[in-house]
Design a protein around this ligand. Structure first.
Ligand SMILES: NC(=O)c1ccc[n+]([C@@H]2O[C@H](COP(=O)([O-])OP(=O)(O)OC[C@H]3O[C@@H](n4cnc5c(N)ncnc54)[C@H](OP(=O)(O)O)[C@@H]3O)[C@@H](O)[C@H]2O)c1
Length: 339
């Protein structure tokens, strides 16, 4: 596995280029701000005219242009909009307008890997996929650090697409912690698997099921919240800092013994079999096909699930408890008015 750092990149090769970030959400705001702070002189943000993000981007000092304009003028065009709209966006506004030799950039491999975008063959196509949420891409950069990112070139028309990708990643702060060379396929399939099985789907179901088990057994919801959600961060901090053994060094022997004997009853052979099925649905393209069909009919199931989860008891009691701990929201990573 090859890992690249700032020393391997020459940011100067893109500092005078016209770089446009399409979308100003989680990744978009971080890419625009980090590249600008790294010394890129011409960073634009492209949005729809009626976008609620226009005012946020303008307030942060960015020139906001239309996607058509962006496609015509940009040397590097980063698609930082939700994955599910990128195919349509590309077909309708970008495909015929992008300059020959320009670079089309992605923060995730989904649209290229599953063939939802078939890029023109006279352009470069690369990916810098940060291994963390966009708000962390920004907050780590401000601290002087960076979020490790995956780097890959899908199309190399110019002959120096990889150097451009390295320079872009360096401007993003990824060169401080490492840019790992991969393929669009590997990034996409492992990313979908990680978020569904462990980071998002697996973790939130584990937390919610633990909370519900305690509450249904008559324990106080506040107690269940602290035990099953609040303390996750304290454990994750130890994992992040030094791995599983580091966390186990810090917890009590009783907790560690319970970890060994009960963990395997929760993640058992059935769970592992299901993990394999989920991976196979990702590899075959079934997951992405289902998700795109859901998007074609305006996401009714997605919206219903989001709404139901938002109103779960754990969110209600959590809000009440977090209001009693004002330091948690100080320097919040997510401020929906700004980013
Ligand atoms: N979220 C993450 O942490 C993360 C991590 C790694 C990689 N990625 C990848 O990064 C990319 C961006 O994801 P994201 O989560 O950052 O997206 P996001 O926050 O959901 O993007 C929202 C932004 O896209 C804009 N947008 C929506 N539809 C648009 C359209 N038709 N034309 C132009 N702009 C439009 C929104 O504007 P409005 O205000 O008008 O809605 C908003 O500014 C994806 O490829 C994703 O897989 C994300």
């Amino acid at each position: 596995m090859k890992v690249f750092y700032d020393k391997d990149a020459d940011f100067n090769i893109i500092s005078d280029k016209i770089i446009t970030i399409v979308g100003y959400g989680s990744q978009g705001h971080a890419h625009a701000a980090n590249l600008k702070d790294s010394g890129a002189k011409n960073v634009n943000v492209a949005l729809k005219n009626n976008s609620s993000s226009v005012s946020k981007a303008k307030e942060a000092g960015f020139n906001v242009i239309s996607i058509e304009e962006a496609a015509k003028e940009s040397d590097i065009l980063m698609l930082a909009t939700p994955d599910e709209i990128q195919g349509k966006l590309y077909k309708e506004h970008i495909h015929s307008s992008l300059k020959t030799g320009a670079a089309l950039a992605f923060a995730h491999g989904l649209n290229i890997h599953y063939g939802l975008i078939d890029p023109r063959d006279d352009i470069d196509v690369f990916m810098i996929a940060p291994k963390g949420p966009g708000h962390t891409v920004r907050s780590e950069y401000i601290k002087g650090g960076g979020v490790p990112s995956l780097i890959s070139v899908f199309q190399n028309k110019s002959g120096n697409a990889f150097d451009v990708a390295l320079a872009y990643g360096s401007g993003l702060g990824a060169g401080r912690s490492g840019m790992i060379e991969t393929t669009f396929r590997e990034e996409c399939e492992t990313d979908l698997f990680g978020e569904q099985v462990v980071l998002c789907g697996g973790l939130t179901e584990l937390i919610t099921a633990g909370y519900e088990t305690l509450v249904e057994a008559g324990y106080a919801p506040e107690m269940a919240y602290f035990e099953c959600l609040h303390e996750v961060k304290l454990i994750v901090d130890l994992l992040y800092e030094g791995g599983i053994a580091n966390m186990r060094y810090s917890i009590s022997n009783t907790a560690e013994y319970g970890d060994y004997v009960s963990g395997k009853r929760i993640i058992n052979n059935e769970t592992r079999k299901e993990m394999k099925k989920i991976l196979s649905d990702i590899q075959s393209g079934k997951f992405t096909k289902d998700w795109m069909m859901e998007c074609q009919v305006n996401q009714p199931n997605f919206k219903a699930m989001r709404n139901k989860a938002k109103n779960h008891g754990i969110e209600v009691v959590g809000k009440k408890l977090r209001d009693m701990m004002p330091w948690i929201s100080k320097n919040k990573l997510v401020d929906t008015k700004k980013n």
